[in-house]
Design a protein around this ligand. Structure first.
Ligand code: DX5
Ligand code: ZN
Length: 219
């Protein structure tokens, strides 16, 4: 079953509790949280305090995407704040295995993300240690950017490589009512969607329903 993970980056931050309740009511199981440090990416977002507040408001899986340098310093704070999944960027670390182990030792699911310019070969040797691979289909930093089609090839490649493994493949960036079909056909298990959930012009419930219908059509 393919899941939609709304990215709160595009939500109304002055009304976050309400926005995520609407997602939960629409049957969402995974909430995607973008952590940016103004260093690994040019933008700054939120830290563990906000995750801690969200944790009190929802039982959804908190899928935490660390777009930060030195992610090793922040594994424990995010684990304590209540994150369920922690994904770091392979471009930001020298020893991915050590970080995966640390995340797992805290009983969280571990993921690695790949920037659009980073090939799958950079992480293939870690696949058997991972729970999740997050394929970026935009350059990380901002919501609402256009989908980069070369991500599709990487998703299919990863799908083949993980055939007998329990690794979820997630796609992140530029997913809308049109681009979602390619991401589904390529083999994504999780579809991260920011603007197309929170800023589509439709209600959150209707946006999610429309995305789901597209998934069903192409599964
Ligand atoms: C980009 C973030 C994405 C982003 C997705 O750096 O990692 O999660 O918020 O937003 P949309 O779906 O609007 O591209
Ligand atoms: Zn993200």
């Amino acid at each position: 079953m393919i899941e939609i993970a709304p990215s709160i980056l595009s939500a109304d931050f002055s009304n976050l509790a309400d926005e995520i309740k609407k997602c939960e009511k629409a049957g969402v199981k995974i909430l995607h949280i973008d952590i940016m440090d103004g260093h690994f990416v040019p933008n700054i977002t939120i830290g563990p305090v906000v995750v801690e507040s969200l944790r009190k408001k929802t039982k959804m899986i908190l899928d935490t995407h660390l777009m930060i340098t030195d992610p090793e310093k922040y594994i424990e704070p995010f684990a304590k704040a209540g994150s369920d999944w922690l994904t770091f960027h392979i471009e930001a670390v020298k020893k991915p295995s050590a970080l995966i182990k640390k995340i797992k030792s805290l009983k969280l699911k571990a993921g690695i993300s790949l920037n659009p310019a980073t090939p799958v070969s950079k992480l293939s040797k870690y696949l058997n240690e991972l729970d999740l691979v997050l394929v970026m289909s935009v350059n990380p930093g901002f919501g609402g950017q256009g989908f980069i089609p070369s991500a599709l090839k990487k998703i299919s490649e990863l799908k083949k490589l993980t055939k007998n493994q329990n690794v979820k493949i997630s796609v992140d960036g530029g997913i809308n009512f049109d681009t979602i079909s390619g991401a589904v056909k390529a083999g994504s298990d999780i579809i991260v969607a920011g603007n197309s959930v929170f800023r589509s012009g439709l209600s959150i419930a209707k946006s999610i329903k429309k995305l789901r219908l597209r998934i069903e059509k192409h599964e």
